[in-house]
Design a binder for this molecule. Structure first.
Ligand SMILES: Nc1ncnc2c1ncn2[C@@H]1O[C@H](COP(=O)(O)OP(=O)(O)OP(=O)(O)O)[C@@H](O)[C@H]1O
Ligand SMILES: [Mg+2]
Length: 385
């Protein structure tokens, strides 16, 4: 099954003379509108990009490309199998991301107690934050290091808690519903992929798209159904915020305004975005831009609100916003964001962390934001190697 707009694949193994050898690993990101896969191989300290691909999930649920769909595990596996075939994926092990919306991430405050006491206190305290019985979730947590000079990477966080030192301590608590994990297991088993690890998408994105700086940064993942925002400081997630609006909403509003089918609006959004095109009259170009900006404007106000509230709460200036997710590829987004947001703006370039043929540079930069999660997943595995 090939979709002109919804699936992008590249076969790189032959171009690189790669064999898809033993160390090749996969990163699988099943989003609400599309699934992405990345295959990398570790070689002499670098991550060689062997292949990657994306497939729209809409058509598997009788919906157009770009629509968010809820598919059965079987249908999702079918899409994944098609994607692997199309992208010529040879590896069969790797990591899969858990959507932020299926997880619960909170920062909890505790008095200074030792690790054993903390271990007993956390599940009890967690009940206040988790709306379902604690027995139905998988809990993970770590103590947030307080030493300003100490840098922690997103990778370190999943290794277990470092020792606490100071009077109070803060703990980052992560909970995932067991049903979610089970359903991903079914998908991956059906698709013939051995899951070596699960990771909440935020942590994958941090690994692929942020440098390990100390200053707080706001990451904005412009997905199809939702927009996820999180502030990362010293490599650690300090605040998360989910907005139930995203790229799909943008397309819907454009379709309604111009009286187009969803498919056409989706195509025009991706091709010209906020930039005027010779294919339309000045009036039409204006209406296209206004329709797209209507959704985007609300998202940007929300971003500015998050920047402001974090700044006030912690008395710190969040001076940098990094955009990821498919929506970050909207033509004209960087210019608009720079003029609207009270911060420096960057579009994520996750493939920059991989070794890929130079001729693919432009393509990878353009489609890169949508692959932030899948690239981040494989990078985790390669760092362990
Ligand atoms: N070039 C582009 N310009 C504008 N929007 C784009 C472009 N490419 C993809 N998108 C939009 O990005 C959205 C999909 O992004 P992404 O693949 O990150 O979402 P997802 O991971 O499937 O969804 P979610 O993370 O919300 O579950 C869609 O709304 C799509 O229309
Ligand atoms: Mg996503």
């Amino acid at each position: 099954m090939a979709f002109s707009l919804g699936s992008i694949t590249r076969r790189l193994s032959s171009a690189l003379g790669g064999s898809g050898g033993e160390e090749s690993v996969l990163g699988v990101d099943i989003g609400s509108a599309s699934a992405k896969i990345v295959q990398l191989r570790a070689s002499r300290g670098s991550a060689i990009l062997e292949t990657y691909g994306e497939i729209a999930l809409g058509p598997y649920g009788k919906q157009p490309i770009g629509k968010a769909v809820k598919l059965s595990p079987e249908k999702t596996a079918e899409a994944l199998i098609d994607l692997m075939k199309e992208a010529n994926v040879t590896a069969r092990t790797g990591g899969i991301s858990i959507p932020f919306s299926s997880s619960l991430i909170s920062v909890l405050s505790f008095p200074k107690v030792d690790q054993d006491a903390l271990k007993r206190m956390i599940p009890i305290e967690a009940r206040k934050y988790i709306p379902v019985p604690v027995s139905e979730v998988t809990l993970d947590w770590f103590v947030i290091p307080q030493d300003e000079g100490e840098e922690k990477s997103a990778f370190d966080r999943v290794q277990g808690p470092p020792p606490a030192r100071q009077s109070g301590q803060e703990v980052l608590l992560v909970a995932i519903h067991n049903d979610t994990v089970n359903s991903y297991q079914t998908i991956m088993e059906t698709a013939g992929i051995h899951v070596e690890f699960y990771e909440i998408e935020i942590f994958s994105t941090i690994r692929s798209s942020l440098s390990h700086g100390i200053a707080p940064i706001l990451v904005v993942d412009l997905g199809a159904a939702t927009t996820k925002m999180y502030i990362v400081e010293r490599g650690i997630v300090r605040l998360t915020h989910l907005v139930t609006s995203g790229g799909q909403h943008m397309t819907e509003l454009l379709a309604r305004t111009l009286n187009w089918e969803f498919e056409k609006a989706e195509r025009v959004k991706r091709e010209q975005g906020l930039e005027a095109s010779a294919a339309y009259s000045t009036d039409e170009n204006d209406r296209i831009k206004t329709a797209l900006l209507s959704t985007l404007g609300r998202l940007f106000s929300e971003i500015n609100r998050v920047l402001l509230s974090y700044g006030q709460r912690y008395n710190k200036n969040v001076s940098h916003v990094v955009f990821t997710g498919g929506g970050a590829s909207l033509p004209g987004l960087p210019e608009h964001a720079k003029s609207t947001l009270n911060a420096e703006v960057t579009i994520a370039d996750p493939f920059a962390r991989t070794d890929a043929p130079a001729f693919l540079g432009d393509v990878l930069r353009t489609i890169g934001p949508g692959f932030a999660v899948s690239v981040g997943l494989v990078l985790r595995k390669l760092k362990q190697a």
